[in-house]
Design a protein around this ligand. Structure first.
Ligand code: SF4
Length: 658
């Protein structure tokens, strides 16, 4: 291909700046294999480096002085509006709590950033905790001017965003987010001078929507029709039904959108634009057709995107030392889609065909990464099968690779003594399982495809081999009662479950999940699809189940009881909840030490605030008739006993406490 046609892929903020995003180096690798040049621009990393820079801090403090003086003056003149009043109150509150926060701020930011990247200080939990606590305050500080938009390393929430195009445009036009100045400068200094012919954006989470679309908006205004702008990524794949009707999307932000697996469509798009052929021949594309002044959607690519044809990863364009980690934890993939694919709530695998990479090609990616000194990996597969884990681990041991890794998995019995023993020997430090619920009735409805009665056996074996068990759980599956939710609480706290840590969420059915296809089977009486354009889930009404208040109370209660079980000391993993951080700690210290380490922190202790016998917490519907038969928990809400979860935990009191 002629090298004069210039393309790039931009990864806009906001995403965690700890490690590179998988999309960047896989797309780069695939197109390199096709001899198509593609520049990789990690604008997210550039953004975080910018807001941690001394120059940014110096300017921000100057701006804050001006802003604060103007707010005070307006307050005195009684001309302050409601929003300004809030901002002023926030300033006063912030500085009354830490009056000298801005003193030497650039040096403090530099010092704590160094801790995040240090191969020694990062692994000192006291220092790392101090750094995280500092950054909590720092992000609070830099967000004051942009209220109600809050930013951190791991999140970006703007309460003005109501999941629709109108609110995004309002935010863009407000000229008031943490991203506006950075993006204006980045577009001018980094993107425009390169004279690209095609610019693609990789948008994979809702936190990238506003900044990503703002960047596209600025470029669209600048280039009009001279440069083709295309948006793709996992998030937009779920929104094809919205985009194919949204004329403004093509007027304001992009000329096309790629949906589904992006490698081949992106290759086709670049080739088609370069050769000026009909875009209708590009698969998986929604685009604005100038001639007919309409939106067109092309056909889905035929079954051809096998992972073995995707080439190897290409890390050559990434600034691997720039990420805020002492060691890169590189996402790798051995399969796409989900070989089970029948959990009723799930559509994680939507838009991806099931495809498994050969072991040779997985190893090739690992060797490729090792050339850059990378020895830590996370498999981002929906889950690894026991047979793959066995073959992979055997190979890693045979080739003496000296790597560590973690993965998603399903608590299936194939994860037996042999497989998990090999996995541990091959450097597996953590398996994250969808345990989902402690209630058999709910688990049957979920249809995880595992033996519900024996699903803790693999966790016990993993535990015996020093592998950390992380459990995903959720509350409020349709018709779940408070009593059933407490079975999940009980499961987490029960030492026999061998669950080392958990991540809890509130159930929301994915837009493309099985539950939305047969709602009545799950007690759902109504689904609301059209409420918000950007929602990848649907809201619903159900015949029975927990109300929001009791559900939140149960969630808080779990946390409180968990801390109570730990004698009110906070486990290290609770503080360093980022999975990559926990994994790096497990790689360095091993599971037993991490289990023993706790912080003293009584602030979060709220045990006893909820009376679980309070009948107002319960809404029990007549689900037994319409659904799966009787609740088989065999317990009543009132039988719940805290102490039974406490019986094995005396060891914690004598542990290595900070
Ligand atoms: S939740 Fe179930 S269907 Fe979804 S990826 Fe995991 S195993 Fe597959």
């Amino acid at each position: 291909m002629s090298n004069s046609y210039k393309s790039c892929i931009v990864f806009p903020p906001q995403w965690t700046p700890f490690n590179p995003h998988f999309a960047l180096y896989t797309l780069a690798g695939y197109l390199k294999g096709k001899d198509i040049p593609l520049d990789i621009l990690d604008a997210n990393l550039a953004f975080y480096n910018e807001i941690l820079s001394a120059e940014f801090i110096e300017n921000l403090i100057k701006e804050y002085n001006v802003l604060l003086n103007s707010l005070i003056k307006k307050k005195k003149d009684a001309t302050v509006n409601e929003e300004e009043e809030k901002k002023l109150r926030f300033f006063i509150h912030f500085f009354s709590e830490q009056p000298s926060f801005t003193k030497g701020l650039a040096e403090k930011v530099s010092k704590f950033t160094e801790i995040l990247k240090s191969k020694t200080d990062f692994y000192d939990p006291m220092k790392l905790n101090e750094a995280f606590l500092f950054f909590d305050k720092y992000f609070e500080f830099i967000s004051i001017a942009y209220m109600p938009a809050n930013l951190h390393f791991t999140f970006y929430i703007d309460r003005r965003f109501t999941m629709d195009f109108a609110s995004i445009l309002n935010i863009i036009k407000s000229n008031n987010t943490q991203f506006h100045k950075f993006i204006d400068k980045y577009v001018q200094d980094v993107i425009i001078p390169q004279n690209y012919n095609m610019i693609a954006f990789s948008i994979n989470t809702d936190t990238q929507l506003t900044p990503g679309l703002y960047m596209a908006y600025v470029l669209k205004k600048h280039y009009q029709k001279d440069v083709h702008l295309s948006i793709g990524g996992n998030y937009f794949t779920r929104l094809t039904d919205v985009i194919e009707k949204e004329t403004d999307f093509f007027k304001l932000y992009a000329d096309s959108m790629i949906w589904g697996e992006g490698e081949i469509p992106l290759e086709q798009l670049i080739t088609s634009l370069r050769d000026q052929t009909d875009l209708n021949n590009v698969n998986n594309l929604i685009y604005w057709d100038e001639a007919s002044q309409t939106i067109k959607k092309t056909t889905e690519q035929p079954w051809q995107q096998h992972l073995d044809h995707m080439g190897t990863i290409d890390l050559s364009q990434l600034d691997l030392n720039g990420y805020l980690t002492p060691e890169i934890v590189l996402p790798i993939q051995s399969s796409r889609g989900c070989y089970w694919g029948k959990c009723t709530f799930c559509d994680h695998f939507y838009g991806a065909n099931v495809s498994v990479k050969s072991l040779d090609n997985v190893m090739r990616d690992i060797y490729q990464a090792r050339e850059y000194g990378i020895t830590k990996f996370v498999f981002i597969d929906e889950m690894l099968s026991p047979s793959f884990v066995k073959r992979f681990s055997t190979r890693v041991i045979e080739e003496n690779l000296q790597i560590t890794w973690f993965t998603n998995g399903r608590p299936e019995l194939g994860f037996n003594e042999e497989v998990l023993g090999l996995a541990s020997q091959a450097g597996c430090k953590m398996i994250m399982c969808g345990i989902e619920s402690g209630c058999d009735r709910i688990n049957t409805l979920i249809n995880k495809g595992v033996d519900i009665q024996r699903r803790f056996e693999p966790l016990k074996i993993a535990d015996s081999h020093g592998i950390w068990n992380f459990a995903f759980i959720f509350f409020a599956y349709p018709t779940e009662t408070v009593k059933e939710a407490f079975q999940t609480v009980r499961m987490i706290l029960d030492d026999n479950s061998c669950i080392d840590s958990y991540g809890q969420s509130v159930f929301t059915p994915g837009k493309h999940s099985l539950i939305t296809k047969e709602p009545e089977r799950f007690g759902i009486t109504k689904l609301y699809y059209d409420e918000s354009q950007f929602a990848t889930w649907v809201n619903y009404e159900t015949v029975a189940g927990m109300r929001k208040g009791p559900m939140n109370a149960v969630r808080r209660y779990l946390k409180d009881l968990f801390l109570y079980k730990h004698h009110n000391y906070v486990p290290v993993w609770f503080k360093f909840s980022n999975r990559d951080t926990l994994f790096l700690y497990l790689s360095r210290y091993g599971k037993q030490k991490i289990k023993r380490w706790h912080f003293k922190d009584l602030k979060n202790f709220k045990y006893g605030k909820l009376d679980i016998n309070d009948p107002s917490l319960l809404i029990e519907g007549d689900y037994n008739k319409s659904l799966l038969g009787k609740d088989n928990s065999g317990s009543k809400v009132g039988e719940f006993e805290v102490n039974q979860f406490n019986k094995n935990s005396n060891q914690h009191i004598n542990s290595n406490l900070f």
